[in-house]
Ligand binder design. Sequence first.
Ligand SMILES: Cc1ncc(C[n+]2csc(CCOP(=O)(O)OP(=O)(O)O)c2C)c(N)n1
Ligand SMILES: [Mg+2]
Length: 801
Amino acid sequence: MSSALPRALSPGDAAAERFAMLRALERKVLWLSAWTIHHANHVRASSDGLKVGGHQASSASVATLMTALYFAVLRPQDRVAVKPHASPVFHAIQYLLGRQSRDKLERFRAMGGAQSYPSRTKDADDVDFSTGSVGLGVAMTAFASLVQDYLDAKQWLPSPPGRGRMVALVGDAELDEGNVFEALLESWKHRLRDLWWVIDYNRQSLDAVVTDRLFGRFEQLFHNMGWRVITIKYGTRLQEAFRRPGGDALKRWIDDCPNDLYSALVFKGGAAWREHLLRDIGDVAGVRALLDEHDEETLAALMTNLGGHDMQSVVEAFESVEDEAPTCFIAYTIKGHGLPFAGHKDNHAGLMSPEQMAIFKRRMEIPDGAEWEPFAGLEPPPAALKAFLEGVPFARDRDRRRTAPRLELQRLPRASTARPISTQESFGRVLATLARGDDELSRRIVTTSPDVTVSTNLGGWVNRKGVFDREGRRDPFAAEQVASMQRWEGAPEGQHIELGIAENNLFLLLAALGLSHSLFGVRLLPVGTLYDPFIQRGLDALNYACYQDARFLLVATPSGISLAPEGGAHQSIGTPMIGLTQDGLASFEPAFADELAAIMAWTFEYMQRDGSEPVADDLLEDAAGGSVYLRLSTRALEQPRREMTTSLADAVIRGGYWLREPAAGAQLAIVYSGAVATEALQAHAALLEDLPGAGVLAVTSADRLHRGWQQARRADTHGDAHGTAHVERLLAPLAPHATLVTVVDAHPATLAWLGSVRGHRVQPLGVDRFGQSGSVPELYRHHGIDAQSILQACARAYLEQ
Ligand SMILES: Cc1ncc(C[n+]2csc(CCOP(=O)(O)OP(=O)(O)O)c2C)c(N)n1
Ligand SMILES: [Mg+2]
């Protein structure tokens, strides 16, 4: 009875009780993470005979760190990137907080169940940042902190809750990924704040034990970048042992012990520790006495009492930070801590056998049938644990996923088409014109570029809107009145974020900016520019941004071989195929300025959609929204004189329209995309005498034509008459045996598939070699995408008929 009564606790009691709760929860988190994986592999029936997998060792390594963070240290406004292989720990924590269901844990790695790696889009339990591809989640936190600073500087950050900490739980081998250091440099340049990287220093990667020498460098590296480094090396029990006679020798022995030997001894256990310690320092006064006090089990526990598994050391380290300086915690841990394969170099994908699990379960005091019970096997009474969980600071806010209303866009991009102009220049003009206004659209656009701001035509926009710098930065060139087209003072109001040349950083910043509405409750319209071929440099980060459903406009220019003299590795061939295959990214390659303006106007709406408002005739599932990639060119083209009607704009957005209508039953059509419009039209004009019915099909988006076609096929198989795809309707007037001559300044496969839509024959022209410099006519001739080559392909088609 008396235990149910409230009692006043002295500060010491309160701390002791808090740690008792945290230790109990740590034990439960360890159990649940291991059990979730075990259940998926050994209890749930496999439907395909494949191993399900999961990472019990990687999870055990961070059980203490994550328990401390989520149940003691984090606040609702903090955002976390959890190292991918600790997903089961994350889900276990959410389960204990009542935000993850048992059903989803039981279906770990199964369709609709908890995900192998934390996923913002696929998991239901409030993942802040997806992870999976190591290194990216770590860097993402740096860019989220930059976005927070951007919003804060403009006083847009809702308060409460105000600023949060951006936290990454980092596997030590993630530091082998170069993108982490690219982000680290950028974090220094932007003087980032409220950024925590917690390194799970278990000295193991997937294959092996990591070298000691390397890690010694990291502390200095973080210091150099202006970070505070806090090392959590020893637990309280080891620290006590160090204070005893012989303790100095013991500490030195551990400090000097190579990583691989330490790991091997962790695996072997008490007897092996004793043997090595006796041999190496047994004659130092006090050591033998210390060893004699321990049996095998307690000696192993002492020697593995590293800081990262010592709740008190961990919580105290986290709570010692009260300011906003970026902080790196190096927490010494053991991979597989508390599990039978702890420390073994091959434990990365190791799973406990049913026998080992049974022993572990007994040790955890879990009765049969109580495997999923939140409090089974824990010492504190369930009511006290429940009360503790209800009071956890992180759990105060149940709905941490923010939203922001859609912006009403009154003024939309407009094109200037009076003279020959390239799509790149039109893009610059559209933005520069928008920059003149002070409406919602121009306020919420934020641009960024990895050191190619001027050469991608963002200069006009930046001149008006300024560079973002939260503390302000003078431009000495302007102050000294040196003539320059670019006046770039840094100011908190600035709307362009400068990045160094690192495309990974560009995509990660776009990912963070593009989630601003969801992370911070403020809608931004991010626009990033880069040279088209260098998309490939940051491709995994681009994929990562799309996977998280970040919303942005990516403008890639120049592209293809049309950049001519620049040649070499500046030419892109495969990028339209990236656009075609990248999930979450609608890609366009317009030829004309009015098409570009229509696409941009649509993009700023599309980026904000979330499925809450229906879109008519939505085969492409546009109601859900997404990001957009524009492949633009520096080649100036003669512009068509026409009005951009709603129906033309609609066709441009769907992916194509007839620039020259074919006659019914036409035998031939030239199909082009992008900067080769001129050659397509020239060839067409020359053809008309012989083939008056031939048409010219403008493909503004091979991606969307293809997707629409696929969706229509799927709808057919599912028996829901969703309608005919746009591309099917476009090609309907042609004769069944007609030929399509396709041409694009990119790999010919981009358009070659069009023949499959209605069974037409295809003569695909395009570029499949790169590196040759020259003029546009020389290169078009060389690669066979000039008007002459198009005509030859038409003639070939005619002969083959
Ligand atoms: C980009 C990328 N490359 C390779 C992998 C495969 N992989 C998964 S975990 C891992 C090693 C992780 O080691 P560490 O970060 O130290 O985490 P630990 O398992 O020790 O907790 C590797 C190479 C991956 N997930 N992502
Ligand atoms: Mg590791």
